[in-house]
Write a protein that binds this ligand. Structure first.
Ligand code: ZN
Length: 394
């Protein structure tokens, strides 16, 4: 048993504790609270907080870092990403391992990792990261959706089962997955976290409302447009709701375009919105309404998205962007988004996301400057990897 005392301890489930103590017994949190005497290892002017949760990334795209230029139109950005992706036969493993190391070094303990190939599985197996592995499926004109889901399900069955890597099947987006395939995936994934890119671009709204626009043009160019697709003539949340997919397992990723009505529907269903503001700027999707996300009462988690649309996988940098876009949102809520809310959305909150007895001791020690008056504000203002370490590592 080791008892650490620090300038601040942030359990997340309760307010920060000045001079608090965390006891760790064989990688499990034994207790957390105020200093009440006894032997402790005083680690000085640092804040102890739970490891961060990056609820949306695509580690297998890490080789694209800096290669897909920022764009004013999201479909145009996606088209250049697809063209680049077609230029390789497989996702190279070295950049994946590098991205995992980078995420870890910047304080991330858990990721929601979207993959089309499971190329990230073995690198994750060799790492300290836990992951909800979202095997993403696309198909706007798939003749037999259940057969496709069955085939992907077979890929999952072939993986080495490990408690901290949890694979599931998810759809890409409403403009790239047919309604029948969306429902086939939802049937398979019932009770599991279901992540989908939703409400990301203005063009997605146009596509769902009128069946026209740049996404339709792209589907036609790819030869997968289905002329008998029934245009839903509604917004993205209502579309998923009609398909029975809006519930507490849903992770609606991006939400740049969400109306207040859509946000309150997500809140009443206890769904999660995953904010990725730096990616939204890069891809041309726009500026997410961060303050409205929080005001809606929905659970808000945070993701970086992939290195194809962001400079780094440092979730602390994403928090600083959220802070900049929504200065009225309390820092405590932003920190909760980056820890407990992400763990809940990914189904890992029994083990991670807060400092509570019985959870895994995946804890960060962040060095504080001498003059910090508000530790929560400081932690959402951007923390560099050099200012943090994992508590169990020297
Ligand atoms: Zn994404």
């Amino acid at each position: 048993m080791t008892r650490y005392r620090a300038a601040w301890v942030l359990p997340i489930t309760s307010p920060p504790i000045p001079g608090g103590v965390v006891s760790i017994d064989r990688d499990v949190i034994a207790s957390v609270g105020e200093f009440d005497g006894g032997a402790v290892e005083d680690i000085g002017n640092v804040a102890i907080l739970p490891g961060l949760v990056n609820a949306h990334t695509h580690l297998e795209l890490s080789w694209m870092r800096g290669q897909v230029a920022p764009c004013a139109s999201m479909p145009a950005w996606a088209a250049s990403l697809m063209a680049l992706r077609r230029s390789v036969s497989h996702e190279p493993p070295e950049p994946i391992a590098g991205a995992i190391a980078e995420a870890r070094a910047s304080g991330t303990c858990l990721v929601g990792d979207v993959t089309n190939t499971f190329a990230t599985y073995d690198p994750l197996l060799d790492s300290e990261l836990s992951a909800a592995l979202f095997r993403e499926v696309l198909g706007f004109s798939v003749p037999d959706p259940d057969a496709l889901v069955e085939q992907v399900s077979g890929q999952i069955a072939d993986l080495t089962p490990i408690a901290w890597l949890r694979p599931s099947i998810v759809p890409h987006a409403p403009y790239s997955v047919s309604p029948a395939l969306l429902q086939a995936i939802a049937r398979w994934s019932a009770g599991k976290p279901l992540s989908i890119h939703l409400g990301e671009s203005a063009q997605e709204l146009e596509f769902l409302r009128d069946g026209t626009g740049e996404w339709r043009t792209l589907l036609e160019a790819l030869g997968v447009w289905n002329p008998s697709w029934p245009v839903p003539a509604c917004g993205p949340v209502e579309y998923l709701d009609r398909l029975g997919m809006v519930d507490e397992h849903l992770l609606a990723v991006h939400g740049v375009q969400f109306t207040d009505t859509e946000l309150s529907r997500l809140a009443s269903a206890r769904a999660t919105i995953v904010a990725c503001p730096r990616s939204n700027r890069w891809t041309g999707a726009g500026v997410p309404p961060i303050d409205r996300f929080y005001a809606s009462g929905a659970r808000v988690a945070v993701g970086t998205d992939s290195l194809a649309s962001v400079d780094d996988l440092n979730l602390f940098a994403e928090l600083a962007e959220i802070r900049r876009l929504a200065p009225g949102v309390p820092a405590a809520r932003i920190l909760e988004s980056a820890t407990l809310a992400g763990a809940q959305a990914l189904g890992f909150d029994a083990e991670l996301g807060s400092i509570e007895p019985g959870k895994r001791a995946q804890l960060l020690a962040v060095r504080l400057p001498a003059n910090v008056t508000d530790v929560e504000q400081y932690l959402v203002s951007g923390i560099a990897p050099g200012d943090l370490r994992w508590l169990d590592e020297p």
